[in-house]
Design a protein around this ligand. Structure first.
Ligand SMILES: [Zn+2]
Length: 309
């Protein structure tokens, strides 16, 4: 069993694109297990990151079992510091230069060849990908699933994870139309409309480009509006992508046992939580729409939306 490849589904996209909700739906599938984002930020603060089962991580039985299994391959693994994110430097600029998203596939490829495939950085990255695979295998074995789904959105993860021989990587890019995306960030106080449009464009282009790391038949895009309109159809497409049987979404999928890590929007009730967001119509003025179109209109169309005309 340990030698078989593990199907690893990486979800990418910008924040507030519906990925946490998707994690709950994926985890409610018979053959898929998801813990949401793989690991909280570097050090767990239980006040901010309790498990969605409402226990603290270090008290959650599921994660205690995961920890015990992971320690068989990584004895230093601890639930209060998973080290399953690819943060190798506390320095923001060094972090970006070493493992961040660079502009253009070629500069990333050159950088990866020069710095990430030899020496101490390679050792560090190998250690992290081993941890990721070990956590995923533990979760799959404990739940009798066959696919692990990770909603840590950083598109660079697949660039490292694809090098692990034990993983069969699938990638899904979840995205909102730029108008919905801008409203999602501005209504949370994350900067101006123009800043929101620029961030949407940057994040979604990086996510879109990450598809080059996986075979074409291991990649798909999910548009949030289509997902909200017909969650079952989206789930069935995902089942086909990863080669498992389609599974009806349970009516009360939030109340199934879940151990999800992610943002604070983890608990709600029922399928009604999947809903389309048209609030941009009242929140964005004509001037806002012109600014958004100028900054990110071309990218919005590139990614399959029919706005701006
Ligand atoms: Zn839990």
């Amino acid at each position: 069993m340990a030698s078989a490849k593990l199907k690893y589904l990486q979800i990418t996209g910008v924040s507030h694109s519906g990925t946490t909700l998707l994690a709950f739906l994926l985890n409610a599938h018979d053959e898929i297990v998801s813990g949401g984002e793989m690991s909280p930020a570097a050090h767990v603060n239980p006040n901010f990151f309790s498990c969605s089962c409402r226990k603290e991580f270090t008290e959650c039985e599921f994660y205690c079992d995961v920890e015990a299994r992971v320690q068989q391959s990584v004895p230093e693994f601890r639930l209060d510091d998973w080290q399953t994110r690819f943060r190798v430097s506390g320095n923001r600029y060094l972090q970006k230069a070493l493992v961040g998203n660079l502009m253009g596939a070629r500069s990333e490829a050159v950088r990866d060849l020069l710095f990430n495939s030899v020496g101490p950085l390679k050792t560090e990255l190998d250690n992290r990908t081993l941890r990721v695979e070990s956590v995923a295998r533990a979760a799959v074995e404990l739940t009798g699933s066959s696919v692990y789904a990770d909603t840590t959105k950083n598109p660079r993860r697949v660039a490292y994870l694809k090098n692990r021989p034990g993983l069969d990587i699938y990638l899904i890019h979840v995205l909102k139309d730029v108008r919905q995306g801008v409203v999602s960030s501005t209504k949370r106080g994350r900067g101006t409309v123009a800043e929101g449009a620029a961030a949407w464009k940057r994040g979604n282009l990086a996510a879109h480009q990450a598809r080059r790391y996986v075979p074409d038949d291991h990649f798909m895009t999910i548009r949030y509006d289509e997902f909200a309109r017909n969650p079952q159809e989206t789930m069935d497409q995902i089942s086909r992508l990863v080669g498992v049987n389609p599974c009806p979404i349970p009516e009360n999928f939030f109340s199934a046992p879940h151990h999800i890590v992610g943002n604070n929007m983890r608990l709600s009730d029922g399928i009604g939580a999947v809903r389309s967001d048209d609030s941009w119509k009242s929140r964005l003025s004509d001037e806002d729409l012109i600014a958004v179109a100028k900054i990110a209109g071309k990218t919005n169309r590139l990614l399959g939306f029919d706005w701006p005309k």
